[in-house]
Ligand binder design. Structure first.
Ligand SMILES: [Zn+2]
Length: 344
């Protein structure tokens, strides 16, 4: 079927979730579509479980770089514009499709099993970029060792000249404001977080938004794994710290496996989600835990999942007791005790 459409892209507004989608910058464009912004620039059945492959061609004036969630096939000059053609051959959820347009220079980072690049504003300090985003190949290699192969053909970080409140993942690409070019932990953890979404969220994607913890809990846990790997902290120290912080916050309005639209991106979903992941790890031990996660990612690669499918997987791999242990974390509001390793 062919759908012919035209229009002027602009953000999609939704009550409760604010605006998302195609957005103009000072000098360029970003698309931050999670969760409802995809229809701002193309007609679609905008559901996360409706994945498809994509061919995307965009015309832009010379001097601008067009980055799309896919692999660049080539550029072609036509009149006063350059047409950028991209292919996304791995099935992609609508909200993970993105376009980024700006006056960028491309920085290639070596040392990862797939091409890793950053598109950055030309004036951005090279050393600052190397000290922060330059760590992406090590992060990618580390996550691939833990979780299995990186699921896409390449990884691109786009850094907009504009400051952005939060970074955002798309398929094979993440977007950051220039305010995240920093070696402090707040920036480094988010660089690791967005990259880890390529496994948790972009390759293995929720079928319903209520299961957002399957994305954000694991991505937050990946921050803690990188904290330990890079010598900043240890996973257990992060677990202890964030459990203690959660203890001080209200619990009775939040069910992790069904937070509702208003609390979908509440920070407690991220932290309680990561603690849930750690509760599983401490229960089954490191070896079984990483087997469970690798199996999960391999079996559902390019697919869509739910919390129930995850619990079934855990039950099959580690027994019903392991799945039952997660129920209070996922379906009850009271915060379970801080997960500790069996030897502690
Ligand atoms: Zn995230």
């Amino acid at each position: 079927m062919r759908v012919k459409y035209s229009g002027t892209p602009r953000p999609v507004r939704s009550r409760g979730l604010g605006s998302a989608g195609w957005e103009e910058l000072e000098d360029g464009v970003i698309v931050a579509a999670q969760p409802h912004g995809a229809p701002s620039w193309f007609p679609c059945n905008d559901r996360p479980d409706n994945k498809a492959t994509y061919s995307i061609a965009l015309a832009a004036p010379p001097g601008y770089t067009v980055a799309v969630s896919g692999e660049l096939q080539g550029t072609q000059r036509t009149g006063n514009a350059l047409i950028w053609s991209y292919e996304q051959t791995v099935p992609m959820a609508t909200y993970l499709a993105t376009v980024q347009i700006g006056r960028y220079r491309e920085v290639e980072h070596t040392g990862a099993p797939v091409p890793v690049r950053t598109f950055a504003p030309p004036a951005l300090d090279e050393a600052a970029l190397a000290d922060s985003f330059g760590h992406q190949p090590q992060m990618l290699t580390f996550f691939a060792e833990l979780f299995g192969p990186y699921p896409f053909a390449s990884y691109t970080a786009v850094i907009t000249e504009d400051e952005l409140e939060i970074p955002l993942e798309s398929q094979g690409l993440s977007t950051f404001g220039s305010n995240f070019v920093d070696t402090d932990w707040e920036s480094m953890r988010l660089i690791a977080h967005e990259l880890s979404h390529q496994w948790f969220g972009n390759s293995v994607t929720l079928a319903r938004w209520q299961d957002i913890w399957l994305h954000e809990g694991f991505a937050c846990y990946c921050e803690w794994l990188w904290a330990e790997e890079s010598g900043v902290s240890s996973v257990q120290a992060e677990v202890d710290k964030h459990h203690a912080l959660l203890v001080g916050l209200p619990q009775d309005d939040l069910v992790l496996a069904h937070p509702g639209q208003a609390l979908m991106f509440d920070d407690r979903v991220y932290k309680r989600g990561a603690l849930t992941v750690h509760a599983l790890r401490t229960h089954v031990g490191d070896e079984v835990f990483f087997e469970i996660v690798r199996g999960w990612l391999a079996e559902h690669r390019s697919g869509t999942v739910t919390t129930e499918i995850f619990l079934e997987h855990v039950g099959n791999e580690a027994g019903e007791a392991a799945a039952a242990l997660l129920a209070p974390w996922l379906f009850e509001t009271a915060l379970p005790p801080c997960p500790m390793p069996a030897s502690a």
